[in-house]
Design a protein around this ligand. Structure first.
Ligand SMILES: Nc1ncnc2c1ncn2[C@@H]1O[C@H](COP(=O)(O)OP(=O)(O)O)[C@@H](O)[C@H]1O
Ligand SMILES: [Mg+2]
Length: 275
C-alpha cells in the first residue's frame, strides 16, 4: 500500500527509479534462533528526490542504508540501484557499483586523517574510471561546497562542519546517482547542522543528485520533500513531512523526534571530533 501511494504522491509515471527496494528482509542469527531486523520493506525513490528516513534508534535505518548501498545483503527481497539489481552481485561488482553510482556520508565524517581535504576527495576518483583529473575534480567539488580556501588542510585543521563538507564533496566527486547519508548532522551543533542541511538542499538543486538521509534531526526531516518513517523494521509512514506528522513548529522546537524513546538528539562524539 505504501508503494502504491508513493507512486501516486510523487507522480513518477514510468520514470526510472534511482532506487527501488522490493520486500527487503534482513535477519541475523542469535544463538539458535534468528532475529528479524527488517520485515519486508518496499519503496521506490525517483531520481532527484530528497528523502529522509526516520524512526527511533534500532528501527533499522542504518541496516536499510547499508543494504541499499550494497555494503550488506538482504536476507530476502531485491534492491535495484538506477535500474540495476544489486541483490546477488559479487563483492567486486558491488564495489564497482558503489564507486560509480553511490556516494556515502557518515555521522563521524570518516575522513582519512593523514590526507588533505583535496586528497580525501580524490580517493574515490582513483578507485574507478572517472573522467578528467582527480585533482582538478577534487578542487571543483571542494569549491562547490565552499571550501576552495581549505584544499590543503588536514581534517584536524578543520572544524566539524568543514569536515562534513569535505565528506560531502568526497561523496559527490564521482557524480553518483544517489548520495546516502547516515545521521550526517549527528555530530554537529545546530548552526553547523543548518549549514550542512542548506548545502545539501543547494547541491541537490544544482546537481539533481538523489539524497537519502537517515536522521534523528527533525529539522533535517522537515527539509526533505519526502519522509519514510520506520518502526521496528517496517515502513509505517511514507509521504511529505506534514503527512508523516513532522510539522514546521515541531521541527523548530526539536520536539517531534527528540521525544522518541532513544532520545538521541545529540549523539556522543567519537574521540577527537570537535563540535
Ligand atoms: N550486526 C548486528 N548484530 C545484531 N543485531 C544488529 C546488528 N546490526 C543491527 N542490529 C540490530 O538491528 C536493529 C536495527 O539496527 P539499526 O539498523 O542500526 O537501527 P537504527 O539505525 O535505526 O538505529 C537493532 O535492533 C540492532 O540492535
Ligand atoms: Mg543508525
Amino acid at each position: 500500500m505504501a508503494l502504491a501511494r508513493t507512486t501516486e504522491t510523487i507522480g513518477m509515471g514510468g520514470a526510472p527509479a534511482a532506487l527501488e527496494a522490493r520486500g527487503i528482509t534482513r535477519s541475523l542469527p542469535l544463538g539458535k534462533e534468528r532475529i528479524d531486523i527488517l520485515h519486508g520493506l518496499s519503496f521506490r525513490i525517483a531520481r532527484g528526490e530528497f528523502v529522509a528516513l526516520i524512526g527511533p534508534s534500532g528501527s533499522g535505518k542504518s541496516t536499510v542504508l547499508g543494504i541499499i548501498a550494497g555494503l550488506d545483503s538482504p536476507t530476502g527481497g531485491q534492491v535495484l540501484v538506477d535500474g540495476i539489481d544489486i541483490t546477488r552481485m559479487s563483492e567486486g561488482q558491488l564495489a564497482a557499483i558503489r564507486n560509480q553510482k553511490i556516494g556515502m556520508i557518515f555521522q563521524a565524517f570518516n575522513l582519512i586523517p593523514t590526507l588533505t581535504a583535496r586528497e580525501n576527495v580524490e580517493v574515490p576518483l582513483y578507485v574507478g574510471k572517472h573522467e578528467g583529473s582527480p585533482s582538478a575534480r577534487a578542487k571543483e567539488v571542494l569549491e562547490l561546497v565552499g571550501l576552495g580556501h581549505r584544499l590543503d588542510h588536514r581534517p584536524t585543521q578543520l572544524s566539524g562542519g568543514e569536515q562534513q563538507r569535505v565528506a560531502i564533496a568526497r561523496a559527490l566527486a564521482t557524480r553518483p546517482a544517489i548520495v546516502i547519508a547516515d545521521e550526517p548532522t549527528g555530530n554537529l551543533d545546530a548552526k553547523n547542522s543548518a549549514n550542512v542541511l542548506n548545502l545539501i538542499r543547494e547541491l541537490r538543486a544544482r546537481t539533481g543528485t538523489t539524497f537519502i538521509i537517515a536522521t534523528h534531526d527533525p529539522t533535517v526531516a522537515a527539509a526533505a520533500e519526502r519522509v519514510i518513517r520506520l518502526y521496528d523494521g517496517r515502513v509505517v509512514g511514507d509521504g511529505t513531512p506534514e503527512e508523516v506528522g513532522i510539522t514546521e513548529a515541531a521541527a523548530a522546537e526539536g520536539a517531534e523526534l527528540r521525544t522518541q524513546p532513544d532520545g538521541v538528539a545529540v549523539a556522543p562524539l567519537p574521540d577527537g571530533v570537535r563540535r
